[in-house]
Every structure is written in C-alpha cells, then in structure tokens.
Design a protein around this ligand. Structure first.
Ligand code: FAQ
Length: 322
C-alpha cells in the first residue's frame, strides 16, 4: 500500500512538473506538491497583506491632498490597493486557506508584508515618490507574475498590473509638477527621492545568493526572474526618469556601465532591511496597530454578513423542504 502510494505520488509529481515545464497553468483542483502549495500561500498572502498595509501611508494624505483633483485621484488609487488585496486573498483561498487564518497570521507576526510600508509619509511629495518608485518597483516585480504557473495568481496579476501602471503615472506626474515648481517644491521632491530610493530597492528582496526561496520558485515558474535581476531592471528604467525630473538619485556610486549596458549602483544596507523585516521599521508598530484596530472594529460587519448568509441558507432549506 505504502509502495503504491509512493508510486502514485511520483507519477503525480512527474505530471505536475511536465505541466509546469510546458507553461500550462496549475489550477486549484489540480494535484500539486505540498511545498508548492505552501510557497504560494506564503507569497500570495504576504502580497495581499502588503497591498492592504500599503493603503495606510497614502491613506494618511487623503484628507490633506492639495486640491480636489489630487484628492479624487489619490482616493481612487488607495481603493485600488484595497481591491488588489481582495483579489489576492481570494487567489490564496483557492489553495485551501482562509481570510481569517491569513489575517491572524499577519496580526500574530507569522506572516510578513513588504518592508516599504514601514516608512512614514512626511510630505505631499512622498505621495508622488510612492507612486513613481514604489508602484514602479511593484510593476517591475509583478509583470512577470502574470506568467506565474498558478492560474488564479497569474490572472489576478493582469488587472493589478494595469492599475499599478496608472498609479505609477500619477506618482510621476506629481513629481513632475513638484520638481518643476518653486525651489521649495523641488527641494521637497528631492527629499522624497532621497528617503524612498533605497527602501524601494529593498522591496525586491534579499540578494539572490541570500534568497532561500528564489531557486525553487523559479524552477516551479512561480517567480520568473530573480530578485537581483528585477532590481537591476528597476534601476535601469528609473535613473533616466530621475534625470528627466532634474533630480539626483542619492547614490554616489551610481554609474552607467557601457560594457554591461546597465547602471552599477552602490551597496544596499541589508542590515536595515533585516531590521525592518524583523518589525523594527520606523512606523512598523503604528502600521500593525492600525490593521489590528481595523479588524477589531470591523467585527460587527463580519458578524452581520455571516448572520445574513446563515438566514438565507435557512430560508433556502425551508423552501426546499416545503
Ligand atoms: N519585505 O527568499 P526570498 C505593492 C522576505 S505590493 C518583507 O527572496 P521570495 C503595491 C521573504 O518573504 C509589494 N519581507 O523570498 C502597492 C522571505 O521570508 P519568508 C509587495 C521580504 O518570496 C504599491 C525572505 O525575505 N509585493 O507594493 C521582502 O522568493 C503602493 C527571503 O526572501 C509582493 O509581495 C520585503 N521587501 O521573494 C501597494 C510581490 N523581500 O516569506 C500600496 C510578490 C523578501 O520565507 C501602495 N512577492 N522578504 O518568511 C514576491 O515577488 C516575492 O515574495 C518577493 C520575495 C520578491 C517579495
């Protein structure tokens, strides 16, 4: 019996690997190795948490936006991030986890969210810098995820990438206006770039030789490119944008390398990254306190929604029995 089971698992694994190698999507009801399922739940749920926690830094500026137009645009963007969280939680649920479990894992510190959202938004220029750099980095990382081997995650990413593209443009447009404005506005734009540049490079994750998950995730075609490859692509597209804005990237070692056809850039402070991952980011405590409070304050909504669903199910049962 044990021998039969092992033979069956081997056959299923072989069929799974063949499908992945042929670039076919793996769908929720398909057989998949436990480790593949666990990796996806980890990555997709952490991605979802990042979108939801990521609403907080920009949400802080909705009531302080400098004009009605800026407020309407920012409101739409922050709502989009909430939507991204919902598609991603739904994609993760197809793997057998629940929204409740994922949320508890976040609140108990068992699940991560992106380091970038542990930095404060001090001025309006930070809203421009987030759209330009943070959404820019998110797009660079997420476009390849549209070709991820797990169907529900790949499909969620298609719409998310379209929306992130609008977010990046709105951020760049804010930076264009500020960098071309008064001397004080230009200083604010430069200050925002100075503070968000390095944390944006950290978003891509640890260097490849210190990334425990990349090699296997690339074999499973969950990740299509490595952390360092995506980070380099981001630097290469973003430096000319900073030049077009008339701003200076805060890296004295940044240089065009004609032989590589890419920019060389300075050393990233990986000790800072590790500290932020450990929950020691500048506003990490505030972020988690806000998420826990929102969950607690929303308890009555969840109870009411469940009570309604239970009542409807009871009515349907009564009608079926009649
Ligand atoms: N922050 O072995 P790897 C956005 C962890 S969405 C915190 O390289 P992996 C939209 C990693 O989880 C931004 N932790 O791991 C928006 C792992 O720990 P674990 C989020 C990080 O999974 C814009 C450990 O380090 N995007 O911005 C970070 O193969 C504006 C070792 O790392 C996604 O989540 C980090 N930066 O690669 C919203 C995209 N980096 O889990 C609002 C999907 C690494 O084993 C406003 N995710 N770690 O305990 C991915 O592509 C991957 O999960 C990576 C990490 C690339 C993030």
């Amino acid at each position: 019996m044990a021998h039969d089971e092992q033979t069956l698992t081997e056959a299923l694994t072989e069929a799974f690997e063949a499908r992945v190698a042929a670039d076919a999507f793996i769908e929720p009801k398909d057989w998949m190795p436990d480790a593949y399922r666990r990796t996806l739940v980890r990555q997709i749920s952490q991605h979802a948490h990042s979108e939801i926690v990521g609403m907080l830094p920009e949400g802080a500026w909705i009531a302080r936006a400098p004009s009605l137009r800026r407020k309407a645009v920012l409101l739409a963007k922050v709502q989009d991030e909430g939507g991204h969280g919902l598609y991603l939680y739904s994609a993760a649920e197809t793997l057998g986890t629940s929204r409740q479990d994922m949320t508890e894992a976040l609140h108990e510190g068992r699940a991560k969210y992106s380091t970038i959202f542990n930095y404060p938004t001090l001025t309006w220029a930070d809203i421009g810098a987030i759209g330009w750099l943070v959404d820019g980095a998110a797009i660079m990382n997420q476009v390849p995820l549209q070709r991820c081997s797990y169907g529900p995650y790949a499909r969620a990413m298609v719409r998310i990438c379209k929306e992130e593209s609008f977010h990046q443009r709105q951020g760049f447009e804010i930076m264009t206006v500020m960098a071309g404005g008064t001397a004080a506005q230009k200083r604010m734009a430069q200050d925002a770039l100075d503070r968000w540049w390095w944390p944006s490079l950290m978003m891509f994750g640890p260097p490849d030789d210190q990334s425990p998950n990349t090699a296997q995730s690339i074999r499973w075609r969950i990740k299509r490119e490595s952390n360092d490859e995506l980070r380099q692509k981001f630097v290469d597209v973003t430096v000319p944008q900073a030049e077009a804005l008339g701003l200076t990237v805060p890296d004295p070692d940044l240089r065009w390398n004609a032989a590589r056809g890419s920019y060389d850039f300075g050393a990233i402070d990986w000790a800072e990254f590790a500290a932020v991952v450990r929950g020691e980011g500048p506003v990490a405590k505030e972020r988690m306190a806000a998420r826990r409070a929102a969950w607690d304050e929303g308890a009555w909504v969840r109870e009411a929604a469940l009570a309604h669903a239970e009542k409807q199910a009871a009515r349907a049962a009564e009608r079926a029995a009649a």
